[in-house]
Ligand binder design. Structure first.
Ligand code: HEC
Ligand code: HEC
Length: 216
C-alpha cells in the first residue's frame, strides 16, 4: 500500500513537472529586445518609448504586456472596432510572438512624469471619489476594484484589467464614450460597457482628470 502510493506520488510529480514545462512553453513571454526593433513601427504615433506626445494615441509605456497583446489581437480580429488607423497597424503585426515581443518592450518602458494638459483640480477631486467609491445612486462600482490603487492595475498576471493611471485625459474620455455608445465592445462580459453606460458626462470628465494626474 505504501509502495503503491509512493509510485503514485512519483507519477503525479512527474506529471506536474511535465505540465509545468509544457505550460511554460505555451506561455512563452515576449522578448523586449526583439520587440524594440519592431516597435519602431509603432513609435511614430505612440512615441519611441511608449510616451506618445498626443492624446489621440494612448501611452503604452508601462502598460501590461498581455493587455497590449490582447488589444493588438482584438484590433486584428475586428473585436475592437473603434479605430481604423490602429486596425491597419495591428494588421502589420505578423504573429502572436511578435505581439508579445512588442508588448514586453512597451511594458518595460517608464511612463513620463508629466500630463499633456493641466489637470482641473476640482474635477480630479470628484473623479477620485468616483474612482474609489463608485456612485451608489446609479449603481456604479468603484473603479479601484478592477483597476487597482490609483489606476495602476493589479498585477501583470491579471492583465485583463489595464493600467489606466497616468493615461492621457482625452484618450480616457474617448474610451469611456466609446464603451458607452458601444463603439468599443471588446471588454470581457461587457463589464466596462455596463459601467460606462451609467456614467454622466461630468463623471467621465472627472474620472479622466483624476486618472491623467496619476503619474509615476
Ligand atoms: C498611425 C498611428 C498609429 C500607429 C503607427 C500605431 N498605432 Fe496603436 N493606436 C493608434 C490609435 C489612434 C489608437 C487609439 C484608438 C482608439 O481611439 O481607441 C491606438 C491604440 C493602440 C493600443 C490600445 C492601447 C490601450 O490602452 O487600449 C495598442 C495596444 C496599440 N495601439 C498598439 C500599437 C502597436 C503595437 C503599434 C505598432 C505595431 C501601433 N499601435 C502603431 C494609432 C497608431
Ligand atoms: C468590473 C471591473 C471594472 C470596473 C469596476 C471598471 N473597469 Fe474599466 N475596464 C475593465 C476592463 C476589463 C477593461 C479592458 C477591456 C478590454 O479588454 O479591452 C477596462 C478598460 C477601461 C478603460 C480603457 C483603457 C485603455 O487603455 O483603453 C478605461 C479608460 C477604463 N476602463 C476606465 C474605468 C473607470 C473610469 C472606471 C470606474 C468608473 C472603471 N473603468 C471601472 C474593467 C473594469
Amino acid at each position: 500500500m505504501i509502495k503503491k502510493s509512493r509510485i503514485l506520488i512519483a507519477l503525479l510529480g512527474g506529471l506536474a513537472s511535465l505540465v509545468l514545462v509544457s505550460g511554460a512553453h505555451a506561455a512563452k513571454v515576449g522578448d523586449p529586445v526583439a520587440g524594440e526593433m519592431q516597435a519602431g513601427l509603432c513609435g511614430g504615433c505612440h512615441g519611441g518609448d511608449g510616451n506618445s506626445p498626443d492624446a489621440t494615441f494612448p501611452r503604452l509605456a508601462g502598460q501590461y504586456e498581455m493587455y497590449i497583446v490582447k488589444q493588438i489581437r482584438d484590433f486584428q480580429k475586428g473585436h475592437r472596432a473603434n479605430n481604423d488607423t490602429m486596425a491597419g497597424m495591428a494588421a502589420m503585426v505578423a504573429s502572436l510572438q511578435d505581439a508579445k515581443d512588442i508588448g514586453s518592450y512597451f511594458a518595460a518602458q517608464k511612463m513620463a512624469k508629466k500630463p499633456l494638459v493641466p489637470v482641473d483640480k476640482k474635477l480630479a477631486a470628484e473623479g477620485k471619489k468616483l474612482f474609489y467609491e463608485g456612485n451608489p445612486k446609479t449603481g456604479v462600482y468603484g473603479c479601484v476594484n478592477c483597476h487597482g490603487d490609483r489606476g495602476k492595475g493589479k498585477a501583470p498576471n491579471i492583465a485583463v484589467f489595464p493600467r489606466i493611471g497616468g493615461q492621457h485625459r482625452d484618450y480616457i474620455i474617448k474610451q469611456l464614450k466609446d464603451f458607452k455608445s458601444g463603439a468599443r465592445a471588446n471588454d470581457p462580459a461587457g463589464m466596462m460597457g455596463d459601467i460606462a453606460k451609467k456614467l454622466s458626462d461630468r463623471e467621465v470628465n472627472a474620472a479622466a482628470n483624476y486618472l491623467s494626474a496619476q503619474l509615476p
